[in-house]
Design a protein around this ligand. Structure first.
Ligand code: HEM
Length: 364
């Protein structure tokens, strides 16, 4: 039987005083009062600006991009892992956006930059699954402080318009916990094209099935096209990656499998900078097929926010602190860019309607 503290006892006083103290503490913490240098979304916007994001209506990161539409076909295996309506078996519409990761919207395509893919899969009953994935294997940051320092180190010198290599070296040197992530990012072999690249969520998510069983997963969106390595420094055409994507889609649909890597005991679920066990189970939960490309200037995907915390029932966020950060920053980026006058994207509607590429443009 539970005993209540005696009237006037210290335990009784603690029971009265502690709840408001804890609530006050929580409020102060959420307001940033306990962090020595409170970091807000505005601070991140400034860092993206310093790293080359102009104030002309583009995303503050992954600024150069192009949209595509198509379909998602779930597999029966997906349904075993998650009760989400997106896995119930229907053929569902997909909106996608391919992009280059840096914040500069007019960056010429080249093999050295990371690439990304964002997806929105919707069901007729209101399920909305958004994903934003990159083609690097691990995330070289584990929390908000790392993220803020990482984008600080990406600052461009106002005169040379180049990053300071010493700043990124210092970022890595001060964070020994990111050693493996940097090694794997460096060892990553870039593919020749956007069409044969594999894109990773890095952050992890929790799947809940009909029986209430939960597993943590990381997503990979794996190209069905054969891998071929990127060569040299690209072509003279600053849009060659996007033009080759358009040209391929003019000829045939392009498909990617959505693969869940299922965490086992001991995998660092809440830290996207650390690898998981190589032998983890991999489950293909469905296939995305794109059939048509658009310039983001003429597609609803242009203004869209691919916030990775917008999830249907049956898929939820893990405890990874980067997910909450990303949600707040993506929304701030959206609010900022929506209020600006947008200049045309580098991949224009004219590029998407272009005739087939010449062999020089194909890099042959
Ligand atoms: C696992 C780590 C991350 C991945 C896989 C990732 C991936 C992506 C992708 C693919 C996009 C482009 C979405 C689109 O096409 O609209 C994007 C946008 C963006 N990302 Fe991330 N990102 C990550 C972490 C972060 C972090 C830590 C920050 C900053 C704190 C950040 C800031 C942004 C911003 C500002 C945008 C533009 C949002 C908008 O205006 O719609 N990302 N991210």
């Amino acid at each position: 039987m539970a005993h209540s503290p005696r009237k006037g006892s210290p335990a009784r006083w603690a029971a009265v005083i502690l709840p408001p103290l804890c609530l006050g503490g929580l409020m102060a913490w959420t307001a940033g009062m306990f962090s020595p240098a409170a970091i807000s979304p505005s601070h991140f916007m400034q860092r993206f600006h310093n790293a080359g994001a102009p104030d002309t209506g583009f995303r503050r990161a992954h600024a150069k991009g192009m949209c595509a539409t198509g379909w998602f076909d779930p597999s029966p295996e997906g349904r075993v892992l998650s009760r989400s309506g997106v896995f119930k078996g229907e053929h569902l519409p997909v909106m996608g956006r391919f992009s280059l990761a840096p914040p500069m919207p007019y960056l010429p395509d080249n093999p050295a930059v990371a690439r990304s893919l964002a997806l929105q899969i919707r069901s007729a009953t209101g399920d909305d699954w958004r994903m934003a994935l990159v083609d690097v294997p691990l995330q070289p940051m584990r929390d908000i402080a790392d993220a803020y320092a990482f984008f600080g180190a990406a600052r461009l010198d106002p005169t040379t318009h180049k990053t300071d290599p010493a700043a990124s070296q210092a970022y890595a040197a001060q964070r020994p916990w990111l050693k493996t992530a940097f090694e794997q990012v460096k060892a990553h072999k870039q593919s020749s094209d956007l069409t044969n690249d594999t894109y990773n969520s890095l952050d992890s998510f929790i799947l809940t099935n009909d029986a209430g069983k939960q597993v943590a997963v990381r997503w990979s969106v794996v190209a069905k096209e054969d891998f071929s390595p990127a060569e040299g420094s690209g072509t003279n055409d600053g849009n060659y990656l996007f033009k080759r994507l358009v040209q391929t889609l003019d000829q045939k649909p392009l498909s990617w499998d959505i693969v869940a890597t299922v965490a086992r005991e001991g995998d660092p679920v809440n830290d996207p900078s650390q690898p998981w066990n190589e032998a983890d189970q991999k489950v293909t939960v469905g296939t995305v097929t794109f059939t048509k490309a658009y310039s983001e200037d003429e597609s609803p995907c242009g203004p869209m926010v691919f916030d990775p915390t917008i999830l249907p029932d049956g898929i939820s966020v893990s405890g990874d602190p980067l997910l909450a950060l990303r949600s707040s920053i993506y929304m701030r980026s959206y609010a900022t860019r929506s209020a600006e006058h947008k200049t045309p994207s580098m991949v224009t509607p004219g590029d998407v309607a272009n005739p087939p590429l010449t062999s020089d443009e194909k890099g042959q």
